[in-house]
Design a binder for this molecule. Structure first.
Ligand code: HEM
Length: 155
């Protein structure tokens, strides 16, 4: 039954590696001096999103629920698990509320900058979007808290 926990932990690494890779790529892109570097780094961020963060987030949830059943844990008895699940699900609304609409604005600003051949003020403004920066911090903090809950199981 521990194999299910191992699978879940492997998916957690996959997901968290994607978050780290995406955030590092986006941060470097935001400070890149030329449009070619911005394109290369945002391209890398897109790969982390599509192949790590999005599938990894689904896999970590499914494997976590399977690990829960396999190890005879229940949300009623293990408050840490219930809190972790609620925190995890609380990230999902950020996708339709922030990441998708702001992502479209960013894509348009990037396309304009590529056409202009330079890092435009519009693209700098899109990188500095407070809603996106805030949502990314929220995501990092929640994932950090979930990892602490998973390992310490405090209540
Ligand atoms: C960001 C998301 C998550 C990460 C990074 C994560 C990470 C981990 C890690 C590292 C462990 C091993 C802890 C240990 O045995 O010391 C673990 C265990 C576990 N996780 Fe998660 N997890 C996440 C989300 C979830 C979710 C959403 C569920 C489902 C409710 C879940 C259910 C479990 C269960 C049942 C165990 C086994 C606990 C035990 O062996 O007593 N996890 N998780």
């Amino acid at each position: 039954m521990e194999w299910w926990v191992l699978l879940h932990v492997a998916t957690a690494f996959w997901f968290v590696a994607g978050l780290a890779g995406r955030d590092v790529s986006v941060t470097r892109a935001a400070h890149a001096p030329d449009i070619a570097s911005v394109q290369a780094l945002t391209g890398a961020a897109g790969v982390f999103d599509r192949f790590f963060v999005i599938p990894g987030s689904i896999a970590v949830l499914i494997a976590g629920l399977i690990a829960m059943v396999a190890t005879d844990l229940s949300l009623g008895d293990q408050t840490w698990l219930l809190v972790a699940l609620i925190l995890f699900l609380a990230i999902i609304p950020l996708v339709p509320l922030v990441f998708l609409p702001r992502g479209k604005v960013f894509e348009a600003a990037l396309a304009d900058a590529v056409a202009a051949g330079d890092v435009t003020p519009g693209l700098r403004a899109a990188f500095a979007d407070r809603a996106v920066l805030g949502a990314r911090w929220y995501e990092r903090i929640v994932v950090g808290v979930i990892i602490v809950l998973m390992v310490t199981k405090p209540f």
